[in-house]
Ligand binder design. Structure first.
Ligand code: WTA
Length: 663
């Protein structure tokens, strides 16, 4: 990727919203934005309370907006009661949208299925009743390990309906990863599919569940519900495994929602941190729902007749907020897509935008960069110029920094120079957008996520927690609690406190884990990347420690260190430095071991974590006190010369070995 912070900070191109856009926008013009920010500034609780009353239908209204007595374990709208599934489905059916299309599902091979709000409500109610029939109760944890499908959305909504807390595990994670999550969550049931379809191939899914359940720590699981996606071979364990179509067969399509407290955990989603195992980020019901609705309406300017398409997988937070909950809670019509952007060819996204007349399109920089390459390589098939994309009104980007070159291409070639690009910065922990332009408000600068979402108090601070001047880099923090924030780390409240509200910064600031800088003139934010050992590979968040542990669990490996290096398409690539328990391998043997180690990481975590490069050394560069010099490893990974003094190293000669990449 050719972006550097300098290039973003020197970026002077500005794209103002058009007067036509401003005139029709849900938040119209900079004055409207400023008025919202000022309202929040003047009366923080009043602001959020007003929005929560206006945008959510409560079964029991709340009287308290924010309870800070147990900070940083904040509570929002604590005495209110509601149900998210009711707010997404019944509310819309009651408002006369029963026949409106809720989901347009496009399968890998292209077949299209449409589901109306009334049908979706019926399917969710039947599945919710089936879950109850299997003994699932309010507060139970349910693991969802499904491909992109209508069933995926139904499964999540059904859990929400009965007050069960779901934890979706991305279909690309291995049996071992699944096991870890089952154990940590203490889940009672898994919802999975026989196979998933990707790029014309059927890939088994159920065997990973079977394998996970042979491992220790998974005894809490009583049942596995299997959605038959392909009808491929599946081994069903009697008394434990049941087919989705069989458990829903005789269920009523009426299911009274479980009215839960606003703080009731809607879901856990495991994500990587800098140390240890993935952490179960716990989200609430009321505050989370509020932010999904507000960001749909304000960031994406969603209108009743829009077709919205977020290309994320439901296994990630983006798929939670901007597929399962946000669009439906707003009564929108959305696309759910099963396949990959390159099948049957790299024009797939553009073809789908044309076919379904998509108005709002939300994807990741990685996808954009790979599709630029594909479009240039195969202009007659994959270039967006071959498609009618005039239905588009707003574009979005998420998951990693978007470099100005990719931004410009997206803006010009996909948006036709007409559609504002929302570079949305947020995290699994924030529940929804925290820094983002609003399309009818914010003059856009390529490579900057611009300004805070109204009411989110974002800042950049130094090591002592003091604001730094604009133009100076520092830690990105959020100064006040906000409704959709992470509530705790499941099973580990202490880790929640010290990871996100560190004492060094005074214990009151939420530490995002990213570095940031504000433009000296405009105050616009630019994200400088993680300040911890978290990598962002193709928008997937991964801890270097997790990959290191996976490598070290291989019998041949004595020691491993993992770093990221810039990559044109993926943003970051994984480079692993490995010391074997035996002598350093070379030639064919080294190649063989590289393959074995990559497969091993695939088996331990999932294919997305496989190192792109492995380098072998007799040792790792260490200080005399035994600390691994990661800085040097990062320099070597980039292929740059080490110019700093290495005389304090225990073993400087090791650096030459580590320059060598096994090809
Ligand atoms: C990065 C994804 C720059 C950042 C929603 C953050 C971004 C991490 C952006 C969270 C953006 C996300 N610009 N960086 N617009 N969006 N990031 O939890 O490093 O999978 O901390 O949530 O992705 O990743 P997560």
């Amino acid at each position: 990727m050719s972006t550097s912070i300098e290039s973003v900070l020197q970026e002077h191109r500005i794209f103002n919203p058009s007067p036509e856009f401003v005139a029709q926008a849900n938040v119209s013009g900079m004055d409207a934005y400023k008025a919202l920010c000022a309202e929040a500034e003047a009366d923080y609780e009043g602001y959020w309370g007003r929005l929560a009353r206006e945008h959510i239908v409560w079964k029991q209204p709340f009287s308290t907006v924010l309870d800070e007595t147990k900070a940083p374990f904040y509570k929002w709208f604590p005495d209110g009661k509601l149900n998210v599934s009711w707010n997404c489905l019944d509310k819309n059916v009651e408002a006369g949208l029963g026949d409106k299309t809720a989901i347009i599902f496009e399968a890998d091979q292209g077949e299209v299925t449409k589901v109306s709000y009334r049908e979706l409500l019926g399917r969710v109610a039947r599945f919710a009743n089936a879950l109850k029939g299997l003994g699932v109760k309010k507060g139970d944890r349910v693991i969802i390990y499904l491909p992109m499908s209508i069933e995926g959305v139904v499964a999540m909504q059904a859990c929400a309906r009965i007050g069960a807390t779901h934890s979706v595990v991305f279909g690309g994670f291995s049996a071992q990863s699944l096991r870890d999550r089952i154990e940590d969550a203490g889940a009672v049931l898994i919802i999975t599919a026989d196979e998933q379809c990707r790029g014309g191939r059927n890939i088994p899914l159920k065997p990973a569940v079977d394998e996970a359940l042979t491992l220790s720590g998974t005894d809490s699981i009583k049942n596995v519900v299997v959605y038959q996606r392909t009808g491929g071979p599946s081994v069903m364990t009697a008394g434990r495994d049941v087919w989705w179509h069989e458990v829903v067969a005789n269920q009523s399509d009426v299911c009274e929602p479980e009215w839960v407290e606003a703080e009731h955990p809607l879901f856990l989603l495991y994500t990587s941190g800098s140390t240890g195992k993935p952490k179960g980020v716990q989200h609430s019901t009321g505050g989370y729902l509020l932010h999904s609705i507000l960001t749909m309406k304000w960031t994406f300017d969603l209108k009743p007749d829009d077709v919205f398409w977020c290309t994320a997988d439901i296994g990630w937070v983006t798929g939670h907020t901007y597929i399962t909950y946000g669009p439906l809670a707003c009564g929108g019509t959305e696309i759910v897509f099963e396949g990959v952007p390159t099948f049957p060819n790299a024009g797939r996204f553009w073809q789908m935008i044309q076919n379904h007349k998509v108005n709002i399109f939300y994807t990741a920089p990685t996808a954009i960069r790979s599709l630029i390459k594909a479009a240039e390589g195969n202009p007659d098939v994959a270039h967006p110029k071959n498609f009618d994309l005039t239905s588009l009104r707003v574009l979005g980007s998420v998951g990693e920094p978007i470099n100005p070159e990719a931004w410009m291409w997206y803006y010009e070639n996909i948006g036709g120079g007409r559609c504002p690009v929302m570079d949305t910065f947020w995290q699994t922990e924030t529940g929804g957008h925290v820094i983002t332009p609003l399309p009818g408000v914010t003059p856009l600068v390529p490579g900057s996520c611009t300004l805070p979402f109204p009411g989110i108090m974002v800042s950049v601070v130094d090591e002592a927690g003091h604001d730094v001047e604009w133009g100076k880099g520092g830690f990105l923090v959020i100064k006040r609690p906000w409704p959709s924030m992470i509530r705790t780390i499941w099973n580990d409240p202490e880790r929640f406190k010290h990871s996100y509200f560190p004492e060094d910064l005074g214990g009151k600031l939420y530490l995002a884990g990213d570095g940031a800088v504000r433009d000296a003139q405009t105050g616009y934010f630019t994200i400088m990347g993680r300040i911890d050992d978290v990598l962002n590979v193709s928008g997937h968040r991964m801890g270097t420690m997790e990959i290191e542990s996976a490598l070290v669990s291989h019998p041949l490996v004595a020691e491993a260190a993992v770093v990221g290096k810039p990559h044109d398409i993926k943003g970051e690539a994984v480079v692993a430095y490995v010391v074997l328990k035996r002598s350093r391998p070379v030639g064919e043997e080294a190649k063989q071991i590289v393959k074995e180690l990559r497969d091993h990481v695939g088996h331990e975590i999932g294919p997305i974590a496989k190192p792109d490069e492995i380098r072998f050394g007799d040792n790792l560069p260490k200080t005399r006190s035994g600390k691994i010099m990661r800085r040097l490893l990062r320099t070597l990974a980039k292929g740059e010369e080490i110019t700093s003094d290495v005389s304090t190293l225990e073993n400087p000669h090791i650096l030459d070995q580590l320059k060598e990449v096994v090809k």
